[in-house]
Design a protein around this ligand. Structure first.
Ligand SMILES: [Zn+2]
Length: 248
């Protein structure tokens, strides 16, 4: 894929028996001397993230910038892996995240508190240029300060949607779940479509789905799903069952 490098591809699933998976998209952008992550994934992604970065010759302390689409744990907690990175986050999001009641939603309360007082934190206004070619725009609803991140790179445009649009179904149906404000989310989906159609060939990366482009009037995945779960279900340590979650 040109323009961006997806370190981890999100998955549009939850488990009715075990709760949200939090399998979110993590993007890597190289902009001049800067090495930028768009979101950081959940705790369970740490080893994978380190591995995927190492495959690209990047050590965690070489990451210079992180842009968080929002403060939910499955996108934000791993900012602590990157000791030298500036962490760009919406001012409105931080103000909201700091005052949500503890123990209620998907905000990692203590991580957010730490981030708020960290010298690495850069608070973004509603529309900001984070770095040349990387811009953010506020798209509220899922959370009050959710951002989309537009990356112009080598003549291509990619828009990271965070959870303003978590998956293809939300984009196509203009309906979302897990939003704090459904009408605002609907407006934000409309805004995403405007941005998507603005420049032909634009790729969008939802928070929990594969990257997509507009082709023949519809959304086309740019990638094939390669998600699976491995489980030790028997008493034999070597007996590992693999469940393919890629079916459509
Ligand atoms: Zn998410």
């Amino acid at each position: 894929m040109t323009g961006i490098d997806l370190l981890i591809t999100g998955y549009p699933g939850v488990s009715p028996s075990n709760g949200g998976m939090g399998w979110s998209s993590v993007g890597l952008v190289r902009s001049g001397e800067r090495i930028v992550l768009i979101d950081t994934g959940p705790f369970g992604a740490r080893d994978l993230l380190r591995r995927r970065l190492a495959e690209r010759g990047v050590a965690p302390d070489e990451v210079t910038d992180i842009v968080l689409t929002h403060c939910h744990h499955d996108h934000s907690v791993n900012w602590t892996m990157f000791s030298r990175a500036r962490v760009h986050v919406s001012r409105r999001e931080m103000e909201w995240a700091l005052q949500v009641p503890h123990g209620v939603g998907p905000v990692p309360e203590l991580y957010v508190r730490e981030l708020a007082s960290s010298p690495a934190t850069v608070l973004l206004d509603d529309e900001s240029e984070v770095l040349p070619g990387i811009r953010t725009e506020i798209v509220p609803g899922h959370t009050p300060g959710s951002l989309i991140v537009t990356v112009d790179h080598d003549g291509t445009r990619t828009i990271f949607l965070g959870d303003a649009a978590k998956n293809r179904a939300e984009l196509v149906c203009h309906r979302v779940d897990a939003t704090l404000d459904a009408p605002l989310s609907k407006d934000s989906i409309a805004r995403i479509w405007t941005r998507w159609e603005e420049v032909p060939g634009t790729t969008v990366v939802p928070g929990h789905d594969l990257p997509m482009v507009l082709r023949d009037g519809g959304c086309s995945y740019l990638d094939t799903r390669q998600t699976s779960v491995q489980a030790r279900l028997s008493a034999d340590f070597d007996d590992v069952t693999t469940f393919d979650l890629a079916e459509e």
